[in-house]
Each structure stands twice: as C-alpha cells, then as structure tokens.
Design a protein around this ligand. Structure first.
Ligand code: HAM
Length: 420
C-alpha cells in the first residue's frame, strides 16, 4: 500500500468492476444518442456565481456542499456540483439557441463534486449521465426525457424503481402557493434551522424527512390546489403522454427537489433497494434558469442519472450485466524468437480489430497460460521454435481445450473467422 489513500467520500474504479460503470454510462447514453441528443462536455469547474445564481444560494448544494476556491489570480471558481447550469452556460456562450433549431438537445457524462457527509450511495465525487433539452416548452419533451430514462433503466434490467412526478408551478402560481405555505409553516413548532428555511425556501421544508416535521405537515396546503390553468393543463399532458407510452409514475405532491431552478414538471427516479440514498436520478423543467444566469428566456427541461447509484441498484437487484470479453486472443511465446514473431502477430491482430493481449516478461508456459485464463480470452496463441520452423502457430480453444496448428501467414484471417 502507498502512503496515500483516496480522499474521504471518494473511491476508485478498478477492473473488473470498472467495466460495469462504463456499461452503465453507455446504457444511459444509448437512448439519448438515438433521440437527437448531441454530446457536450464542459469544464470540471466554473465561475462560482454560475452555481450560486443558478442552483440557488439557499440550497444545501450551494450553501454547504460546494468545493469553492479562489485561484492565484483571484478568480472565484467552484468544482461543478451538477451539470445543468454549466451546460446551459455553454449553450448560451456558443449561441446554440440562435441557430434557429430549438430545442437544442444535449447529453453529457462526467464527474461532479459535493462536500456531503459520505455514506453508501452518497459520495463527494460521483458520476452522472445527464440530458438537457433547451429552448422549448412542450410537454412532449418532458415526457420524452422521462421515457428515455425509463428505457435506459429497463435496458439495464432494472425493475424495482419508481418514478415520482410533480409540478412546481410557474412564476405566476408558485409565489401565491409559497405565501400560503409559509403562512402554514410559521404556525408550526420547528427548530431554528428549519424556521430559517421557512423564510428562505419554504418548499424545501416539505422535503424534510424527519418524523417530527412530517407529522406536522399533515394538512399543509398543496401546490396542486394552487396551480394556474396553464400549469395544470401542461402537467396533465405530460401525465397523459407517459401513460400512453406505458410508463408508470406516481404523483408525489411533496417532491420539490434540492435545486432552486425548477419550474413545472419535476421528477425523481427512486430505487427501493437502496436505503436512504434511494434517488437514482432526477430532473425537471427549468424555464427561468437562462434568465437567472443572464441569458434570454429559454424554457428547458432535463435530468441527470447517478451512475454510482445505478450500479448499486443493479447490485441490489442481483443483476449481472453481460459485459463483452475484453480479450479475445492471448499470445504465449515460448522462447526469444517466438517472442518477436508473436509480438508482430499480436500487433497485426490488434490492427485488424481483434482484442489481443500478450504474455510479457518472459513468463514460462504455465504462468503464461494462467494469465491467458485470467484474461478471459477465447483463444490462446502458443508458439515455440519448432512451430516457427514449420511456419505455424498453435491455436488453443480455451473452452474446449482443443489445440490445432494454423499457418502463420494466414493466422489473422483464420482467427477472425473463428471469432466471427
Ligand atoms: P440531482 O438530483 O442533484 O440533480 O442529482 C441527480 C442524481 O445524481 C441523483 O439522483 C443521484 O443519483 C446522483 N447524485 C447526486 N448527489 C450524489 C452524491 N453525493 N453521491 C452519489 N450520487 C449522487 C441534478 O444534479 C440536476 N442537475 C438534474 C437535472 C438535469 N435537472 C435538470 N436537468
């Protein structure tokens, strides 16, 4: 072991488990790529104000969990705690919204950082795959995103997840509700921290998981009863489109989410096998975010799915992903001359697209065959001086144990044929 360890709240992805993470990212991205979303990548850090304005000064993410720092040049930056504000910033900066083809549909995959209290499923460095559809107000877009996330989870084989759905209203109806809720909450017996929250962000109090708080919330005014006609009609259409697509959801009037930019549709994917960190993904509409960060009005919607928690969900359901073998052929040279010849053949095979590995450091036959076994290769390619003198290499089927000579000159084609 070295003197150093991965920092608290982080962990390393190491083979063979790391392949699962790649496969999960792929599985989440596939339906997006298939639905008109283009790949976007933004920096790992941004101007800190992008998040304080966008995600919201009163949120835990900004007030407690951000890795903010000042550069030597005096610029205030923060490691990105989430992707939406950055993606919208990048789209505005590149004027994507002016190209006359709205919505701009983008997907991304990367690392995010939150200084949270670490526990299973909650890390300080975690990974998300996300999607944002920028610049259009259309319930079909909200539905599309939820359907695509559902499709991604189902392709992975997950079934024990639920979709929670709510509408947070818009700038017309939410302030009226906020006032009503605040009035109700001010009459409750709450600790000082929560009383402060009532003043800054009363909707977040609905999200409080503690029984003492939840008990008092019975009878709290519900946003549903305050939604304006436009929001109601919008929400109803999202629900109908989901139902028509065969995607089941649960209405959850208390779902408010931990980021301030949401308007109208909000949703969360929760997995029942994960304990307290059960949200595997979440998202919603953020019609006002562009203006909050200095852009034009661009109604938008998106989600991000947590890769770490999705892997935990697979484990909870006992799902083993079928991962493609990383190595098809493993070459075992016996002797110096064979080493040179087989290394050349390995290079040719790799150039021909065959996943091939080689026994290095002059290992003997026994040790080299052990490595071949561990690599999961379908074939071992063995050659010694006598084989070379006859112009052949031995191709050993690692499943049946059968071995047969193949002419060195035709080896690449012969191996490709057998693997096909
Ligand atoms: P979020 O709900 O904060 O939303 O994060 C999305 C997902 O990221 C969560 O459901 C969870 O799976 C994962 N996640 C968040 N924090 C952690 C953590 N500390 N450790 C492990 N996993 C974590 C957003 O980030 C929004 N940007 C989603 C969005 C996109 N809304 C609109 N567009």
């Amino acid at each position: 072991m070295s003197t150093f360890q991965a920092p608290k709240g982080t962990y390393d992805l190491i083979p063979p488990e790391s392949a699962k993470y790649l496969a999960v990212r792929e599985a989440i991205a596939a339906p997006l790529k298939n639905s008109g979303y283009g790949y976007i990548e933004t920096p790992g850090f941004e101007n800190v104000e992008l998040f304080s304005r966008g995600v919201g000064e009163s949120t835990d993410i900004v007030s407690k969990e951000m890795y903010a720092f000042e550069t030597k040049g005096g610029t205030k930056l923060a490691l990105r705690p989430e992707g939406t504000a950055s993606v919208l910033r990048a789209a505005l900066q590149a004027n994507l919204h002016k190209l006359g083809n709205l919505p701009v549909k983008l997907w991304y995959s990367g690392s995010y950082y939150r200084y949270e209290r670490p526990q299973k499923g909650r890390y300080r460095h975690f990974s998300q795959v996300g999607a944002e559809a920028i610049g259009a107000e259309d319930p079909a877009l909200d539905a599309e995103l939820i359907i695509l996330a559902d499709q991604a989870y189902r392709t992975l084989g997950l079934s024990q997840f639920r979709i929670l759905l709510n509408s947070l209203g818009d700038k017309e109806c939410r302030p009226v509700y906020r006032d009503a809720l605040q009035g109700f909450l001010r009459g409750l017996e709450l600790d000082e921290d929560t009383r402060r929250r009532v003043e800054i962000n009363p909707l977040r109090v609905l999200d409080d998981k503690r029984a003492v708080v939840q008990k008092q919330l019975v009878g709290a005014p519900l946003l549903r009863d305050y939604l304006c006609d436009a929001c109601k009609a919008y929400h109803e259409e999202v629900r109908e489109l989901l139902t028509a697509a065969g995607v089941a959801y649960q209405d959850d009037e208390k779902l408010v989410r931990g980021l301030d930019y949401y308007t109208r549709t909000t949703f969360e994917f929760v997995h029942d096998g994960l304990g307290s960190q059960s949200a595997v993904g979440g998202g919603g509409r953020y019609d006002g975010l562009s203006e909050m960060i200095g852009g034009p009005a661009l109604p938008s919607v998106g989600w991000a799915l947590g890769v770490d928690r999705t892997v935990l969900a697979l484990e909870a359901e006992g799902i083993e992903l079928e991962l493609p073998a990383t190595t098809s052929v493993f070459a075992v040279p016996l002797g110096e001359e064979a080493r040179r010849v087989l290394f050349g053949l390995v290079t040719e095979l790799r150039r021909a697209g065959v996943a091939t590995d080689f026994s290095y450091a002059g290992k003997g036959l026994k040790g080299a065959m052990k490595s071949a076994n561990r690599s999961g290769a379908r074939y071992a390619l063995v050659a010694g001086e006598r084989d070379l003198a006859e112009g052949v290499v031995q191709l050993k089927d690692m499943q049946s144990g059968e071995q047969s000579p193949v002419a060195l000159a035709d080896a690449v084609d012969a191996i490709r044929e057998r693997l096909a």
